[in-house]
Write a new protein. Structure first.
Length: 444
């Protein structure tokens, strides 16, 4: 009996009706004829209330509910959580579901309301967008059901507590793999570049068509076939591609609730997968004061799993990154010419000039691509009309910072360093674009 009382919850309708009956008793103090009516109504109300309790608790099963959690969450993406509910009553129910969500979401008013038809099953889905890597702890799934009378709710709890890890965005990995290899690049802002050069790997002899390099004409095959034949070459494979992630304090800046570091981590996961699919070797490491989380560039089946697990543990260091140490480590540990995708951020020309000698030295032996970020909030402020002196001043400062970003790009390109200046949300697309462009032009 004590357990039953703990599961009884009074509804808003119960208190409204009860308040009206109390009001009727108060009015009967002045009009005595109403006292008998009030007593009859209260007796009927008490009977209906008890009957509602019997309806809900007369069925031992009540309802069944199952919550289906993914094995892991995808950072920065909408993740689906499925719930299946079955009604064992022979009448329709009003259902409220309250899931005990992880504290990282800070959602305190989560509730799903629906109607369950008699003896029927229903599937429900809601979505969560995590923005921090790590473990997410889900609590119990609480259900509150009421009969058509809706005076009382019966509480039931389902599903054990569960812990789900939140990994870098593997959903983006699948999405961009699909579009990169299914001729849908233009739909997503990706350029499809015709390969006009060749490398050392011979592919086949084919008939000459307009636009082919005449230097590749195969004269022996031409003599045999009695028309022009050319040698066709394909991109050299198994070239090393490293993603280098700056974990210093400049990468802590948030955009769309994700830090620049998390944007870089998501892009690294996707580009690593594309590189492997293009038959190159992929690797990664991070740097700030020291070089950490090193994964050597290889082309093996387990490489993506190793990179994913490494990216999961990366955290921001609240220090200024040491580019001199990065330069020394690259010189010692990466002996073969490689494509280096450096994810960092520069806000001022002075910040770039302090690190430029090290970037120039790296670019002498490797193909270096420096990837840094536009401040999208400054860009948005430039579009707003200035209405007073304060707003004019703020807009002028914003224009100065936006212009300085463009100057940083020009400074890097002047020293022969490939550059990507991108909004955080377009980071993955632009990184894939640059990689495909480098492969197509045979720069590596």
């Amino acid at each position: 009996m004590r357990m039953i009382f703990k599961k009884i919850y009074l509804t808003q309708r119960f208190f409204i009706v009860f308040f009206l009956i109390v009001t009727l008793f108060m009015v009967s103090y002045f009009f005595e004829d109403l006292l008998g009516v009030a007593k009859i109504i209260f007796s009927l109300y008490l009977t209906v209330f008890l009957f509602d309790i019997v309806l809900l608790f007369g069925n031992k099963k009540g309802i069944d509910a199952t919550r289906i959690l993914p094995k892991k969450l995808s950072n920065g993406d909408q993740n689906s959580i499925d719930i299946t509910v079955r009604n064992h009553y022979q009448f329709p129910l009003q259902l409220r579901l309250i899931d005990e969500l992880p504290i990282q979401f800070q959602i305190r008013d989560f509730e799903i309301k629906t109607v369950l038809h008699k003896a029927k099953e229903k599937s429900l889905t809601y979505h969560l967008r995590p923005t921090e890597r790590g473990e997410y702890h889900f609590g119990k799934l609480n259900s509150y059901v009421s009969s058509p009378l809706r005076l009382v709710e019966r509480k039931q709890q389902f599903c054990d507590t569960a812990t789900v890890p939140n990994y870098p965005s593997f959903l983006q990995l699948k999405k961009f793999e699909f579009i990169a290899f299914n001729n849908k690049l233009k739909n997503y802002g990706l350029k499809k570049i015709r390969r006009i050069g060749h490398t050392l790997e011979f592919e086949q002899v084919k008939e000459y068509v307009s636009g082919d390099d005449i230097r590749n004409i195969n004269w022996k095959a031409t003599a045999k076939q009695n028309h022009l034949m050319v040698n066709q070459y394909q991109d050299e494979k198994s070239q090393p591609v490293y993603s280098i992630i700056d974990t210093g304090r400049v990468m802590k800046m948030p955009f769309e609730q994700l830090s620049l570091l998390d944007h870089a981590i998501n892009a690294t996961l996707v580009i690593s997968n594309i590189v492997l699919k293009k038959h190159d070797k992929t690797g990664m490491f991070t740097f700030s004061k020291t070089i950490e989380n090193r994964v050597r560039a290889q082309k093996r089946k387990s490489q993506m799993h190793l990179i994913l697990e490494t990216l999961y543990t990366i955290k921001t260091n609240f220090v200024e990154s040491d580019f001199s140490r990065l330069h020394i480590d690259i010189k010692r540990s990466i002996t073969q010419r490689s494509l280096l995708l450096l994810f960092t951020n520069f806000e001022t020309l002075d910040a770039l000039h302090r690190q430029l000698p090290y970037l120039q030295s790296i670019a002498k032996t490797h193909l270096l691509v420096v990837i840094f970020f536009e401040n999208t909030e400054l860009q948005a402020s430039l579009l707003k009309p200035a209405k007073n002196t304060q707003q004019i001043f703020e807009k002028t400062i914003a224009e100065k910072f936006v212009y300085e970003k463009k100057m940083i790009v020009n400074e890097l390109q002047k020293h022969g360093i490939q550059t990507i200046l991108t909004a955080p949300e377009n980071l993955t697309i632009n990184t894939i674009n640059k990689y495909l462009e480098i492969k197509a032009r045979g720069l590596l």
